[in-house]
Design a protein around this ligand. Structure first.
Ligand code: ADP
Ligand code: ZN
Length: 212
């Protein structure tokens, strides 16, 4: 399947994407993960993205489109993809539309994962992420077996740099201003599926029901 997962930081886009990859071999493409790897590796791209990421601002549309134009042409995308954290602005959504037209592809749906704000704040402050493989944990509901060590790869699990209170509040503002308008954009395109996210499994079920 070819989906966009839309939702505020902490809505569970990454968790839902990982569940969906197991269904049909679609690949998860997370621009946040791509950027964090680039920052960790100290590449040119990482250096350009680092400051904006730390404060919870968006990196430039040009940088993101450069990444995605390459990524969507890779072979593993043939079995479908779950776009997690992209597009995040109207210019990105328009550029994606042009790109998909060029390569002759169509999205199945744009899934808006709707989660109440208090749930989001609680999740973001208790979330922990593996710095090596990107696995997501939660100190309350899903802790690692050994403290701060990833169950899956043994990497270091920690709070992300942009999960300070200040950066979280900025990320939520940025979402409301720059990304929330995509809901109307994709509604007009006839692609929108809004799901009240009671759990990630419930979101997956709603997607299965819509796509099959
Ligand atoms: P979140 O949990 O906020 O959804 P992500 O892991 O998707 O976080 O993104 C982390 C950061 O990476 C963002 O705050 C932003 O700085 C940058 N980023 C990721 N995707 C994009 C994008 N499509 N456009 C601009 N910046 C992005
Ligand atoms: Zn790991």
């Amino acid at each position: 399947m070819k989906l966009i997962l839309l939702g505020a930081p902490g809505a569970g886009k990454g968790t839902v994407a990982k569940l969906l990859t197991k269904l049909d071999g679609s690949v998860q493409i997370s621009t946040g993960d791509i950027l964090r790897s680039a920052v960790a590796a100290g590449t040119q791209l990482g250096k350009q993205a680092e400051v904006a990421m730390k404060t919870g601002d968006l990196v430039s549309d040009e940088l993101i489109m450069g990444i995605m134009e390459e990524r969507l042409k890779e072979d593993d995308c043939k079995s479908g993809y779950l776009l997690d954290g992209f597009p995040r602005t109207i210019p990105q959504a328009k550029a994606l539309k042009t790109l998909l037209d060029q390569i002759g592809e169509k999205l199945d749906a744009v899934v808006e994962i709707d989660v109440p704000k208090d749930v989001i704040l609680d999740r973001l402050t208790t979330r922990r992420t593996c710095s090596k493989c990107g696995a997501i944990y939660n100190v309350k509901s899903n802790p690692t077996k050994i403290q701060d060590v990833c169950d899956k790869c043994g990497g270091a699990v920690a709070q992300r740099d942009d999960e300070t209170e200040e950066a979280i509040s900025n990320r939520l503002n940025v979402y409301n201003k720059q990304t929330a308008p995509l809901v109307d954009f994709y509604q007009a395109e006839g692609l929108l599926l809004s799901v009240d996210a009671l759990s990630s499994d419930a979101v997956v079920d709603a997607i299965k029901a819509k796509i099959n």
